[in-house]
Design a protein around this ligand. Sequence first.
Ligand code: HEC
Ligand code: HEC
Length: 261
Amino acid sequence: MRYRYGKHGIPLLLVSSLTVLTLTVATAYGGSGEAAGSAKRLYESRCVLCHGPRGDGKGKIGIVDRDSGSGRIWMIFPRDFTVGVFKFRTTPTGCLPTDGDLKRIIRDGVLRSGMPSHRDLSEGEVTDLVEYIKGLSPRWQEEEPCGAVIRAKRPDWVGSPESITRGKEIYKEMKCWECHGYEGRGDGPKSDRLKDDWGKPIWPFDFTTARLKRGTSPENVYLTFTTGLDGTGMPSYEDSLNEEERWHLVSYTLKLMGKVK
Ligand code: HEC
Ligand code: HEC
């Protein structure tokens, strides 16, 4: 499934360029340890390579990575900040993220995507970068923040056999399988045709890899289908499922990920 580009011989090219790209990243990071004077300098030393000088995602490289576990190859598209659409929020779908959301992403990075973690940066530096990114899209000037923040409070029955069974039914009813596949392998009938808001091909999560971009805790899974991943086609189920139903769904996805029996 993930090898769809393979039919055209592209992965070989991608794999051979992997080493070069890794070297490029390493070089760009060299010497950037000293505290950067300004947010712009920091952005230029740490982010510009991927996100581009204008923040439109057109840096020197779109990286290609390889999952050492599965050997899968995928294409990585650095985010275009000029649109102001973000995936990993604690705010409802359609809303801007909170500063805290952006800080977390910058510090932790995004698993399985090429977006690195930046844990060596000080609190002040991360705050500066958040302000810098907010300056790249007019959305922050034009819109009031939504205000609502979604908190994930996990009930203790999450992961129980009854909850998994109920979650499985919901997964079927809500047609998660159309994208994620009947067995959660990311190979549903719609999975081949999806494009993100930036026109790039995108693939539904393969639960059996258990490597969530947002992070692998049950709370992160809950947030994913509560907030939706804006820009990706992965919808928000905040209105169509109540909290209890969403936690049952967490139970089932934990099962698909092999995290509960
Ligand atoms: C090696 C390439 C690379 C570098 C360097 C990089 N990023 Fe990213 N970044 C990405 C990719 C790829 C994504 C898209 C992840 C996805 O959508 O799955 C991303 C996404 C993001 C997002 C969006 C997260 C969301 O919720 O949608 C933010 C914010 C971000 N990067 C900030 C930064 C900042 C700030 C820096 C510099 C400190 C930086 N990135 C450096 C590759 C990079
Ligand atoms: C229209 C297609 C579509 C439907 C329907 C859909 N998803 Fe997704 N989902 C996606 C895509 C695409 C991604 C990958 C986004 C990315 O990698 O940036 C995704 C990612 C995810 C992730 C992983 C997030 C991460 O952090 O990596 C989870 C969990 C998830 N979906 C759960 C669900 C559940 C549960 C349902 C049903 C209630 C559902 N999805 C319905 C398209 C869909």
